[in-house]
Ligand binder design. Structure first.
Ligand code: AKB
Length: 344
């Protein structure tokens, strides 16, 4: 029998993604040894050594979930696997399967795990600014900093998926088997969710997101590739540097349950326009070729997302504070990281 059997473990789905990479590296640096990493493809070599176990598999595959149940004792789940907003529009039914049914499978696993080891399973779920749906740009400008209960009328399958999964998680944490005999009524899921803004990483380029224009612009400039931005120059939405997203997940995960007054939290760091991002990139890469060629359909999606979000609840309940404002994000994280990545 392997020596990792029944050690209290942390399960990470979507391990090869942008957030997955950063999270595994940080958890490993923090001394976490019992990481189970899952992705559709074999887990990247660069993070494999940091994991107790790596599995190439589909979270929709019941036999995979049965294996997780039989082989491991899971106390924390970071469920990162998802199809992002643009990609989900091309395959909405597949997005629903992965984003919703996949989440349901993981919540069920968390319930079963909690029943076996007798402790709540912390379930960290990355939701998104995509759950918001402002009717048009004029409402977007008037709405300003949107709070968690406002304008949750998403226009994308991804946004609908994320909003529904927020409610699924709250159900499993609070109402699961509510008609069962008291002795049986134990969800055992400690569901905690963050509505992430657009995330910008120095080490990976996202794929399939509608907020990807910021990352794409920076990475294209560093590779001296021309970039035609698919949104208007004046478009504004909340963003965050990837290290702050990882730090926020870990801070929420370690917060005492008693301090949390809600299951879903907004967070943000800065909300530049696409033109302001262009200006900063040109300052660093003066020969970059950056133009604006809006894709009307993708633009229409971003126009429904708020210019900014109110993250006061996260600051109050679990002490969220971003480490990087716009200037520091570029000067201290993005530019140095991208120069290292492309050896420039
Ligand atoms: C996307 O663009 O789909 C994601 C998101 C905003 O959650 N990055």
């Amino acid at each position: 029998m392997s020596d990792h059997i029944r050690k209290p473990a942390t399960l990470i789905t979507g391990a090869n993604g942008e957030v997955g990479h950063g999270l595994i590296e940080q958890l490993s640096q923090d001394g976490e040894r019992n990481i189970i990493a899952i992705d559709l493809k074999p887990v990247d070599e660069s993070i494999r050594a940091s994991c107790m176990a790596t599995i190439a598999g589909d979270i929709l595959d019941k036999s995979l979930l049965d294996r997780l149940q039989s082989e491991f004792e899971i106390h924390t789940v970071f469920h990162l696997a998802a199809l992002l907003s643009t990609r989900a529009e091309f395959t909405p039914e597949l997005a629903h399967q992965v984003n919703v049914e996949g989440t349901l499978h993981l919540l069920k696993l968390a319930v079963e795990q909690s029943r076996w080891h007798g402790n709540p399973v912390k379930f960290l779920f990355p939701s998104s600014v995509a759950v918001y749906g402002l009717p048009d740009v004029s409402y977007k400008k008037k709405a300003g900093r949107v709070s968690e209960r406002e304008w949750t009328v998403p226009v994308t399958m991804y946004g609908c998926n994320k909003l529904y999964c927020e409610h699924l998680g709250r159900y499993y944490a609070t109402h699961y088997r509510q008609l069962a005999a008291d002795s049986e009524r134990r969800g055992g899921v400690d569901f905690r969710s963050i509505r992430f803004p657009g995330l910008i990483s120095a080490v990976t380029v996202p794929s399939g997101g509608t907020s990807d224009y910021a990352s794409e612009m920076i990475h294209a400039a560093a590779q001296e590739k021309p970039y035609a931005c698919f949104v208007r120059e004046d478009v504004r939405m909340p963003f965050m540097a990837m290290p702050d997203a990882i730090h926020a997940l870990l801070t929420l995960a370690s917060a005492p349950a008693a301090s949390l007054t809600q299951t879903v939290y907004n967070i943000t760091s800065f909300n530049p326009s696409a033109g302001e991002i262009r200006d900063i990139v040109l300052r660093e890469f003066p020969h970059a070729t950056i133009s604006f060629s809006p894709d009307d359909k993708r633009q229409a999606i971003v126009d429904t997302w708020p210019e900014d979000v109110d993250d006061s609840a996260a600051r109050r309940d679990w002490g969220f504070t971003p480490g990087y404002n716009l200037a520091r994000a570029f000067d201290e994280y993005l530019i140095p990281g991208i120069r290292r990545l492309y050896n420039i």
